[in-house]
Design a protein around this ligand. Sequence first.
Ligand SMILES: [Zn+2]
Ligand SMILES: [Zn+2]
Length: 163
Amino acid sequence: MFIALESLFGGAIEIIELDYEFDFSKEEYNGVFPFTTPVKLLGKITNRAGVVEIDAVASFDFTAPCDRCAAVTTKRFEVPVKHGLVSSLNDDGNDDYIVVENMSLELDRLTLEDIYLFLPSKFLCSPDCKGLCSKCGTNLNEKSCDCKKDIDPRLEILLSFND
Ligand SMILES: [Zn+2]
Ligand SMILES: [Zn+2]
């Protein structure tokens, strides 16, 4: 979805309100399609004394298997979409700015890129997920198993003091 920014860069208008919903249901991420409901983008693009900025927040539900126990989990995220925008890179090539080709910003792509950068490297059902037993596959969040734990030899010495 492209949004035209000529009148904003030209100074004819100072603000464009953003209130969109994007359908990312066909976007694959680590083998699953986590955006089961629309991604909402709310915010604005402004031109203040020649400085053009997008300042918005993408909010969405993200549904994927937990990286430790594989339980399908839905979590709500709010991701900032905040960048300086330039119509051409005529300065020192500062990476903090996004160059808007032909004064037309591909808003859904930018939102998706920011979401992917923001997502945690490990997606967990809960921060203290115990995961699956590496030997028998039991979900250790639901019950324990009788498999012998591989105990760190240094820890074993400490434990033997209790005998
Ligand atoms: Zn888990
Ligand atoms: Zn086990």
